[in-house]
Ligand binder design. Structure first.
Ligand SMILES: C=CC1=C(C)c2cc3[nH]c(cc4nc(cc5[nH]c(cc1n2)c(C)c5CCC(=O)O)C(CCC(=O)O)=C4C)c(C)c3C=C
Ligand SMILES: [Fe+2]
Ligand SMILES: [Fe+2]
Length: 317
């Protein structure tokens, strides 16, 4: 079984911030001011752990797939290349905006003789501005190969029961810290997308709401809402409500405590540490709201189990 596990990617050093940002902007160089602003955000959080988390996710997923490898259906016996260090499952990492890139991962897969693989992004919701862009990068990389690789896509997994259970477990831990859980507000966040994508029928907001509804139902939350974070530095309108504005509204409605859970991102990274732990936390403190963020799934085994279930089901399609 072969897996291409993809994530956003993050720069390893401050010097890499500008080319990384240029890649996010599809090759358009950002202004010096925008670069400085991003450098300051990275400096403020100290370090983004995203690349490390992605690598550990891949290592653990490969280990778990091999540990519980199912009996091998005949038709899956494929041409394995000369470099097979251990069992039959191999997980390759490709990041959308940095290294190892999706192109580098696909080149390595080809070199290893891979002819079929499951492609999955470490993000549960499909968007024209997220998963569709990963798909474009995969298609472009596949075109440059002399032989095809068949990619079986897991496009979204917003309602996967094990994912909902994993998120609910983290939210429950945050609830234990509340003074009055029944009176608190519960907010689920995801990355904002440009409104133009929503107008083109992007399923993303509906999928984010579905994840939120299922977690809320599982924990019988008295109330919950969805807000969006990390809208890009572009002039176009982005999907809201913005988390900071939403926190202010909640305080005006009389709430004193709020739990925030970032369901759009399984892993910690810049936009969790800066946009939630620094910016949204400052907004909450300014208005007199006690904000607790539920910790992320990261490379914990319950999330790895989610990935395992998804890739195994896709492989047998
Ligand atoms: C659903 C869409 C998106 C997800 C999920 C997402 C995750 C994500 N983003 C960063 C870091 C940055 N993103 C930036 C810009 C940006 N991000 C998205 C969409 C998603 N990102 C869009 C559409 C854009 C705008 C691109 C453009 O045309 O300019 C940037 C640049 C600075 C900024 O605008 O904030 C950074 C940095 C991470 C690390 C991440 C999750 C893992
Ligand atoms: Fe982004
Ligand atoms: Fe972003």
């Amino acid at each position: 079984m072969n897996v291409l596990l993809m994530a956003y990617g993050t720069p390893y050093t401050p010097e890499e911030i500008e080319p990384y940002y240029t890649d996010i902007r599809r090759g358009r160089r950002p202004s010096e001011e925008l670069v400085r602003e991003l450098e300051e955000r990275y400096h403020a959080i100290g370090k983004s752990p995203l690349n490390e988390i992605t690598l550990v996710q891949a290592i653990r997923l490969q280990a778990l797939l091999n540990l519980e490898a199912p009996a091998y259906p005949k038709r899956l016996l494929g041409p394995f290349g000369p470099r097979i260090p251990q069992g039959p499952a191999r997980v390759y990492v490709g990041t959308k905006h940095w290294h190892p890139s999706i192109g580098e991962a696909i080149a390595a897969m080809h070199e290893d003789g891979v002819r079929r693989a499951v492609a999955i992004v470490a993000a549960p919701h499909y968007s024209l501005r997220s998963v569709a862009e990963y798909q474009e990068k995969v298609e472009a990389a596949l075109k440059s190969l002399p032989e095809p690789i068949e990619m079986v896509w897991v496009e979204s997994y917003e309602a996967h029961p094990s994912l909902i259970a994993a998120y609910a477990r983290r939210l429950e831990e945050a609830i234990w810290r509340l003074r009055e859980p029944r009176k608190a507000a519960y907010v689920f966040t995801a990355h904002s997308i440009p409104l133009s994508a929503v107008e083109r029928g992007d399923p993303y907001p509906r999928q984010v709401e579905r994840t939120a509804e299922l977690i809320a139902k599982r924990l019988a939350l008295p109330r919950f809402s969805v807000a969006y974070q990390s809208a890009g530095r572009t002039p176009e309108p982005w999907l809201g409500p913005d988390i900071n504005e939403h926190l202010k509204s909640l305080r005006e409605e009389g709430f004193e405590e709020v739990v925030v859970q970032a369901v759009g991102f399984p892993a910690d990274h810049l936009e969790v540490y800066y946009d939630l732990d620094l910016e949204a936390q400052a907004t909450a403190q300014e208005v007199g709201l006690r904000l607790i963020r539920a910790r992320s799934l990261n490379a914990d085994l319950d999330y790895i189990q989610v990935l395992k279930e998804l890739v195994e089901a896709a492989w047998l399609r």
